[in-house]
Design a protein around this ligand. Structure first.
Ligand code: ADP
Length: 186
């Protein structure tokens, strides 16, 4: 079998609320929508915990550039969160799988990672983007999250580490399944 690089110290899983991580990170990634104006789920939790500075910066971005397209990501300050930045990534709404959802979700992770590289962030934390209100199947979303991140880390020094912060058991189990599968072969 092909020998794979061991990434076990650069990628791991935490369970729970991404706004209450046990340690500080360079950036928390938000599962945002195109308006960047906050919403329910993890987006609501991030804005509640981070305070009004984040939405103020989001408004300025929208004023200058218009809505953030699906698959893209933008960076703001993190207000009161235990992080320097929030990266707002716009995931796809699940529409059955034939509407470019897989590519859009891949872009979402990749663009967030590219921003992290640009800012030379040491650690960033992702939620399971699109798997709540946007209804992306958790199995397929976890495969994309893990594989896109592994591919990126293998080719890039920054971010030094990526944490998947899984809120619910199903996301936790699928993310762990795909990550363990890779690490087993490393
Ligand atoms: P989307 O609109 O992209 O689907 P949601 O916020 O509705 O975004 O859901 C994305 C995922 O975020 C869901 O699987 C949900 O379990 C998870 N989630 C909700 N609240 C939090 C939180 N505080 N921390 C981490 N993940 C969360």
């Amino acid at each position: 079998m092909e020998q794979k690089e061991d990434l076990s110290d650069r990628i791991w899983i935490e369970k729970g609320d991404i706004t209450q991580l046990r340690f500080k990170v360079g950036a928390i990634v938000n599962a945002a929508n195109s308006s960047l104006m906050g919403g329910g789920g993890v987006d609501g939790a991030i804005h509640r915990a981070g305070g009004p500075d984040i939405i103020r910066e989001c408004s300025m971005i929208i004023e200058e550039d218009g809505p953030c397209p699906t698959g893209q990501a933008v960076i703001t300050a993190a207000g009161n969160l235990q992080a320097r930045f929030v990266i707002h990534a716009v995931g796809p709404v699940w529409q059955g799988g034939k509407n470019n959802e897989a590519q859009d979700l891949t872009n979402c992770y990749r663009n967030s990672l590219l921003i992290s590289r640009k800012y030379m962030l040491r650690r960033i934390a992702f939620p399971n983007i699109s798997t709540g209100a946007y209804k992306y199947p958790k199995d397929e979303a976890a495969a994309i999250a893990v594989h896109t991140t592994i591919d990126f880390l293998l080719e890039n020094e920054y971010p030094l580490a990526v944490i998947f912060c899984c809120f619910d058991d199903e996301n936790y189990n699928w993310t762990k399944y795909y990550l363990d599968n890779y690490l087993k072969q490393a």
